[in-house]
Design a protein around this ligand. Structure first.
Ligand code: F6R
Length: 591
């Protein structure tokens, strides 16, 4: 959460570059933004505003600076005000800092700074940084050394970028929040994520936790934050293209990414057979396999519990990454933790990995972002190859994650070939589903229910996690109160919520639980519920039937597609921006 971006080099339009780059990081936070440019006469020009940086014309940033930093904010400490927007500076405005993460000991540091005569303009934890940098700079006379010393004083997960009017360098430090260097032909970029500089370079260098970097635009030096020891870095070419990261003909990234599922399932399934079988063997021989993720990725893990059980007869333990600590007693060096994450940067998932590693258990990561922290820190890693996911609401990453997990379940059952065939068929079914008539049908259904304030979704077996996922998708983009339940749970309490006309979506497949879930839907109908059946077959109890193909074990992948489209249109028709849901941001790098 929060996007930070800086540039130093030969170009004279650093301010404009940073504003444009921040627009590509807006999914990380969009309540306010700010930029600091060091102009040719060495003074800092700072601009901060409440609202979205996508609304800003970058041409307003004049071409007279070659070093700049910027930030797009998701508020943690202090409300959404111009004062709290980054960059933050010291009193004389000679040092500017942009920061992602939390300075946990900021209160103590702030009290000390206040006692030493510093004054503060914001309520943020970040503002301690420029003041501390000023103090250390006075002692060392070297800006990079000041950054190192300040990093040693702060506690928490963070990444920050700093610049100073007296030196032509950009300095950055990382401990727990992502930072990537883009190696350009005319300078260096430092950003929270690759899309910020993708139209300038695809050559990157990753900072690891406990490292800092100093660059004057011509050369770059990575070093250890604690010892100052130099850390040589490899340059890596990334495969994502600018087109993949752009909206193209679509009005929103969310719809573009839903439509991309025509190809992304196939790309996810295209794993190396030998590697997939090796992973299946690692699961078979592990003394305890644990699966964790957050939010939507957690729902992929829940679906996988059914895949492993039904297809391979194998038991796995599933937990939300934030609750994984409960399992630490059961971890042994022979245990396996499977972490699922689109961004590869989610703080709770990284914490779960730390717990597993402390017990010497092995970690397998299923990620989308190559080179992300989770990808690099895991013992083994499988990429879902979905391409950049820019909308905050995860769509194509979920189906890619489930496809990889379903493939592994088949490999575990020694039926990898069958699994691949089934998934490729599901990919082709999804390709057929995503036609204009189908999408229009869901747009019309959204019209019918858009004014309802409550909506329920039921599912059974592997459709149960999809009921929970449907609720997340509808809640986050349309802000309708949506809840998902296991069909059988309804009559143990929640059925009391059903009133005349309450929309209730039933996610159904063609399997041994079809009869049960239809009975649950009938119970809702008897209490006045408006039943939307997402099912391969029609049924007289449905008030609306959304046809889906019969996809056997891949049913959760096809059943979630119409819900993603419905959620999208509910958001648009209720006047919401589906790409930037209220209170949210993508890549949750704080716990
Ligand atoms: C919801 C959504 C979130 C993410 C969650 C985990 O649509 O996108 O629930 O799934 O924040 O993020 P990753 O997968 O990046 O670890």
């Amino acid at each position: 959460m929060c996007g930070i971006f800086g540039y130093v080099g030969e170009r004279k339009d650093a301010g404009r570059l940073v504003v444009d780059g921040l627009k590509c990081l807006e999914y990380r936070g969009y309540d306010s933004w700010g930029v600091a440019c060091k102009e040719e006469d060495d003074h800092l020009v700072i601009e901060k505003k409440i609202g979205k940086i996508s609304d800003v014309k970058s041409s307003a940033f004049l071409e007279k600076c070659s070093i700049a930093v910027g930030h797009t904010r998701w508020a943690t400490h202090g409300g959404v005000t111009e004062e709290n927007a980054h960059p933050h500076t010291n009193e004389d405005g000679s040092i500017a800092v942009v920061h992602n993460g939390i300075v946990e000991n900021y209160q103590e540091l702030r009290d000390g700074l206040l006692a030493r005569g510093h004054t503060f303009l914001s309520e943020t934890d970040t503002e301690v940084l420029p003041h501390l940098l000023e103090e250390e700079l006075k002692k060392t006379n070297d800006f990079a050394s000041a950054v190192r010393l300040v990093s040693q004083k702060i506690v928490g997960r963070y990444a920050f970028l700093a610049l100073h009017t007296d030196s032509n360098v950009l300095v950055a430090a990382r401990n727990g929040s992502p930072l990537i260097v883009g190696v350009g032909s005319d300078g260096y970029f430092i950003a929270s994520d690759i899309p910020a500089f993708l139209d300038s370079t695809r050559t990157v260098q990753y900072l690891d936790d406990g490292e800092m970097v100093v660059t004057d635009g011509h050369s770059i030096l990575f070093s250890d934050l604690a010892t100052g020891e130099e850390h040589p870095k490899r340059e890596i070419e990334i495969t994502w293209s600018v087109e993949q990261a752009e909206k193209g003909e679509y009005q929103h990234y969310m719809l573009k990414e839903i439509m991309e599922q025509k190809d992304t399932i196939v790309r996810a399934v295209n794993q190396d057979d030998k590697e997939t079988r090796t992973i299946a063997e690692a699961i078979r021989s592990a003394r305890g396999t644990f699966l964790v993720g957050c939010g939507t990725a957690h729902k992929a893990c829940m679906a996988a519990e059914y895949f492993f059980s039904v297809i391979a007869g194998h038991h796995v333990n599933v937990s939300s990454a934030g609750e994984f600590k409960l399992y630490h007693h059961f971890l042994k060096p022979e245990s396996l933790l499977i972490v699922v994450s689109q961004s590869g940067e989610t703080a709770d998932v990284l914490e779960a990995m730390k717990i597993a590693k402390s017990k010497r258990a092995k970690v397998l990561a299923i990620v989308n972002v190559e080179g992300s922290t989770i990808d690099r820190e895991a013992d083994y890693s499988l990429l879902i190859n979905a391409g950049p996911e820019r909308a905050v609401a995860s769509t194509k990453a979920l189906t890619g994650q489930m496809a990889v997990l379903l493939l592994i379940a088949h490999a575990l059952a020694r039926k990898l070939h069958d699994g691949k065939t089934q998934l490729l068929e599901a990919g082709s079914m999804i390709n057929d589903m995503l036609n204009p008539r189908y999408v229009e049908r869901l747009e019309k259904l959204a019209e019918k229910i858009k004014h309802r304030e409550d909506l329920y979704i039921i599912g059974k077996s592997w459709n149960y996690p999809m009921a929970l996922e449907s609720a997340i998708k509808i809640q986050e983009v349309s802000n309708i109160h949506a809840e998902g339940f296991a069909g059988g749970e309804l009559k143990h309490g929640p059925i009391a919520l059903i009133e005349e006309g309450t929309p209730c979506i039933a996610l159904i497949g063609k399997d041994e639980v079809t009869g049960d879930i239809l009975s649950n839907a009938t119970e809702i109908k008897a209490r006045g519920g408006f039943i939307i059946g997402v099912s391969p077959e029609n049924n007289p109890i449905f008030d609306e039937w959304i046809k889906v193909p019969d996809a056997a074990a891949a049913q959760p992948l096809v059943n979630i597609i119409p819900i993603q489209i419905l959620a999208y249109y509910l958001a648009v028709q209720r006047g919401k921006d589906p790409d930037m849901p209220r209170n949210l941001a993508k890549s949750v790098t704080v716990k």
